[in-house]
Design a protein around this ligand. Structure first.
Ligand code: NAD
Ligand code: DAU
Length: 372
């Protein structure tokens, strides 16, 4: 064994940030197993494509033979499992792929990791970890004054996506308890930052605003998310890999609870400032209230004290600094946005937004404008 990592889903949003960050600090080689679904983009990793420490393996985590071969060939010190179908709206439109990748795929990886772990001895066996990257959505939804999700909060997933991630968490937990696989689970809040596919709230709003397209807010826009800058998440994952306790769960959150309307209002103000020549200014005029997401979770919030006290991790980016960096990245990388929003992306936009009725602006919009 060497200090190699087997990363799954490394061509997606969080995975590519993690791989770039890992390689930039020469921590050791990375093998990236990715199927390159619509969400996976090798361009995200173009800067390391010729790095001898980086190997790309195009394939499916459900392919047991391929996973076993990669483990035997590269003998990683850890598997960092990001690969998933990750978009809630797509899980509502078509849950099958979510069950296949998120549940069957995780099962396949756990089985292969278990086999591989069985071949390890001594310090190699001591050191091996399976890091399962999961979400706060497994805990369900919070009311306005409920305490934030902590590691003991009962699971209560509400969307097909959340249910599939919850199932995968249960599998990882069972593989620790039954087979002694040294797995650790992280449950993280909403990430934002470079390379996020523009189907998710923040990059979708940036891309639409820059083109003068409507900014579709589901329902009344008062749903709350706890925003975490993606590189803070990557640091947390490194801390868990290095010092996390086997069989434990760690919650990761940014401590930045914002309503969707607040997020879009702040984004529009940033775009007004950073693109002063825009003919769509003020960008907030592009906001359109549309029919809500079915089963929409009202509020997520993360209690990250376990990670902070045990592993000394802290989110470094405030929402304001992280959002500014994110908008600046999208402005500087318009070619990336163009390349990922052609073709099949347009079909998704028509499917998801074409049939959503427009809704009346709620009273909260006036409040948001006043707050500016
Ligand atoms: P993403 O959708 O941007 O990327 C997913 C990646 O997985 C893509 O590169 C895709 O090609 C790959 N993939 C999908 N199916 C595959 C398969 N069967 N085999 C191999 N590769 C496959 O996702 P993301 O936002 O980067 O999320 C990464 C992980 O983090 C997911 O497990 C997600 O549940 C979790 N997570 C995400 C967030 C968030 O805010 N984005 C928050 C908490 C947890
Ligand atoms: O909480 C962690 C989760 O965060 C991750 O596990 C998921 O992979 C990730 O997609 C994200 O899920 P959300 O559903 O919270 O993210 P999304 O960006 O899709 O939506 C954020 C909020 O914005 C949510 O309340 C729905 C709303 N929204 C979203 C879109 C795309 C809108 O109002 N309009 C939109 O067009």
């Amino acid at each position: 064994m060497n200090n190699c990592l087997l990363v799954t889903g490394g061509a997606g949003f969080i995975g590519s940030n993690f791989v770039l960050d890992w390689l930039s600090s020469s921590r050791g080689p990375v093998v990236n197993l990715d199927k390159l679904t619509y969400a996976g983009n090798p361009e995200n990793l173009a800067s390391v494509a010729n790095d001898p420490a980086y190997t790309f393996a195009h394939g499916d985590i459900c392919d047991a033979k391929l996973v076993a071969r990669l483990l035997a060939q590269h003998r990683p010190q850890a598997v960092v499992h990001f690969a998933a179908e990750s978009h809630v709206d797509r899980s509502i439109a078509g849950p099958e792929a979510f069950l296949r990748t998120n549940i069957d795929g995780t099962f396949t990886l756990l089985q292969a990791a278990r086999e591989y772990y069985g071949t390890l001895t001594g310090s190699e066996r001591e050191r091996f970890r399976f890091l399962h990257v999961s979400t706060d959505e497994v805990y369900g939804t919070l009311r306005p004054n409920d305490p934030a999700f902590h590691e003991e909060t009962p699971y209560s997933p509400n969307s097909p996506y959340a249910a599939s991630k919850a199932a995968s968490d249960h599998l990882a937990r069972a593989w620790v308890h039954t087979y002694g696989l040294p797995a650790i689970i992280t449950n993280c809040s909403n990430n934002y930052g470079p390379y996020q596919f523009p189907e998710k709230l923040i990059p979708l709003m940036i891309a639409n605003a820059l083109q003068g397209k409507p900014l579709p807010i589901y329902g009344d826009g008062q749903q709350v998310r706890d925003w975490l800058y993606v590189l803070d998440h990557c640091r947390a994952l490194r801390a868990v890999l290095e010092q996390g306790r086997v069989g434990e769960t760690y919650n990761v959150g940014g401590g930045n609870q914002r309503s969707n309307l607040e997020v879009v209002t702040t984004l529009c103000a940033l775009l007004d400032e950073l693109v002063p020549e825009s003919k769509f200014k003020p960008h907030f005029q592009l906001v359109k209230y549309v029919a809500d997401r079915p089963g929409h979770d009202r509020r997520y919030a993360i209690d990250a004290r376990k990670l902070e006290t045990e592993l000394g991790w802290r989110a470094e980016e405030s929402f304001e600094t992280g959002l500014r960096k994110t908008v600046e990245w999208y402005l500087a990388n318009s070619a990336w946005v163009e390349s990922v929003t052609s073709g099949a992306y347009q079909q998704w936009v028509t499917q998801n937004y074409g049939s959503r009725d427009l809704a009346e602006a709620p009273a909260s919009e006036a409040m948001a404008k006043e707050a500016l």
